[in-house]
Design a protein around this ligand. Structure first.
Ligand code: TYD
Ligand code: MG
Length: 458
């Protein structure tokens, strides 16, 4: 412990002016800002850092080379055995990469990782570090999920120095640290979970991953405000950030790529939580669609494109007379401001006023829609509820609504239309520029230029 304390001196750095001080004070002596001093470790830059030396391959790693020379060494992704996880990782797990998995407590982070690690352990050396559960608890869960437990190595530990010492002996190809908030470094005095601890522990793990080529999964808890603790700090340090989404009551769990150095962002992986752990959902369109037997008003089907695959999602709206002076606009799974804007366009360009109505909009299944292709279906659902007239059955829609009341095209129109046809949809309302070049079998495509045209369609 004493030896590791020598590795770096504790300094307090002002996050506003960058000034460094040996003691914590409430006000920065230099820039006079309040509460900006953060605990950290001073790394000596003049002498070689002992933590960087002594590893195989280190000598030839830090020399100037052309991109072509480097490219040959980079390993492409190793499949994890979970197709949906590979999808959000951008094809598989890359050696030396650090993946941060965030999400609410109890959403299934540990379950996903124990399942993945058990599969990987058949072919690769794997190490699971738990700072939250005891080995007995983890083993019990693995047994209940019928996972192969023979080769997965397990350690319950929270000190990052001891974790890394052990990891050096074990040399795992894949390592899980569950969770980063429980891990601490002996070099800092602050409590585990504090920003300084999280940042420094993660920095040491990232360094280890890069030096040894070990792929590391870091589990991160989400704070009440919805941010990963150590706000934004971890996101910069890691290669990939995955986020669990989903409603508490729902059985479905979505994993979204927030950042990825090896692939596209906004990819969506879909799982279902069952009594035998997480199961992949390979045809997610089916789960987000309504199962209404008869026509109901206030429901429209959107063809969204989350990441690289199109997805059919139901958008529901409820428009009801409001007793309030300021009627409510509630959007779940959508941007609230966007909803207010769409209602203003509806009023200005179609003459449909909702200033005395409460408007609630919900995206079914706990999906969060971030793309503007949802504009048109949202307004279809709102109009349908307002007029109490169901949107015709087997009709899907997508399209961006502009402030001038025009319907603007969205990317990958063809692909969306094909997905709708595949799921038995017979009609689609789309922007003119998204009209298919050749007719799609079984699908009647209605192209529109302006929002006012939808008033005549149903
Ligand atoms: P867990 O992976 O422990 O969550 P996290 O690590 O994100 O905090 O998930 C625990 C939840 O998952 C718990 O509420 C029970 C549920 N669960 C199942 O429904 N089936 C299962 O087979 C397992 C292992 C967990
Ligand atoms: Mg957990």
């Amino acid at each position: 412990m004493a030896a590791s304390r020598k590795a770096g001196k504790v300094v307090y750095t002002c996050s506003s002016c960058g000034g460094q001080f040996p003691k914590w004070v409430g006000q920065c002596p230099e820039c006079k800002a309040w509460n900006t001093l953060e605990e950290g470790i001073q790394v000596k830059t003049t002498a070689p850092n002992p933590r960087f030396s002594g590893y195989a391959g280190e000598a030839n790693r830090n020399c100037v080379r052309t991109l072509a020379e480097v490219g040959a060494e980079v390993q492409s992704g190793t499949p994890t055995g979970m197709g949906e996880l590979d999808r959000v990782l951008g094809g598989g797990l890359v050696a030396g990469s650090v993946v941060l998995i965030g999400g609410d407590p109890g959403i299934g982070k540990s379950t996903l990782l124990i399942q993945t690690m058990a599969r990987l352990s058949d072919s690769l050396p794997t190490l699971y570090i738990s700072g939250e559960e005891s080995p007995a608890q983890i083993s019990l869960r693995a047994r209940r999920l019928d996972l192969s437990c023979d080769r997965l190595r397990l350690l319950a530990e929270t000190g990052v120095e001891r974790i890394l010492a052990l990891a050096r002996e074990e040399s795992p190809a894949v390592m899980v640290v569950d969770s980063i908030q429980t891990i601490y470094t002996e070099q800092l005095q602050s409590a585990p979970g504090s920003v300084a601890q999280v940042r420094e522990s993660a920095a040491q793990l990232v360094r280890f991953a890069k030096q040894r080529g070990t792929a590391i999964f870091l589990v991160g808890h989400v704070t009440k405000e919805g941010a990963l603790a150590g706000p934004r700090v971890l996101e910069h340090m890691v290669d990939t950030v995955l986020y669990f989404e989903g409603e508490a009551g729902s059985q479905f769990r979505l994993i979204r790529t927030i950042k990825n150095r090896f692939g596209a962002v906004n990819e969506l992986g879909v799982f279902a939580m069952t009594d035998k752990g997480l199961k992949e959902v390979s045809n997610p369109s089916a789960i987000f669609l309504s199962r209404h037997d008869e026509d109901v008003s206030g429901s429209a089907i959107l063809v969204t494109r989350e990441g690289s695959r199109p997805l059919l999602v139901e958008v529901q709206a409820l428009v009801d007379e409001s007793p309030l002076a300021n009627p409510r606009r509630v959007a779940l799974g959508l941007d609230q401001n966007r909803l207010a804007m769409l209602l203003a366009v509806l009023h200005r360009h179609c003459g449909v006023a909702m200033y005395d109505q409460d408007v609630y909009v919900n995206v079914v299944g706990g999906v969060r829609i971030t793309e503007t292709a949802a504009d048109l279906p949202v307004l279809l659902a709102v109009l349908s509820s307002f007029r109490d007239r169901p949107v015709p059955k087997r009709l899907a829609a997508f399209g961006e609504v502009g402030l001038a009341g025009e319907i603007r095209p969205v990317p990958s129109g063809q692909e969306r239309l094909r997905e709708a046809a595949k799921h038995g949809f017979e009609r689609a309302i789309v922007p003119r520029a998204n009209a298919p070049k050749r007719p799609i079998k079984g699908l009647d495509v209605i192209v529109i230029d302006r929002l006012s045209e939808v008033l005549d369609i149903f």
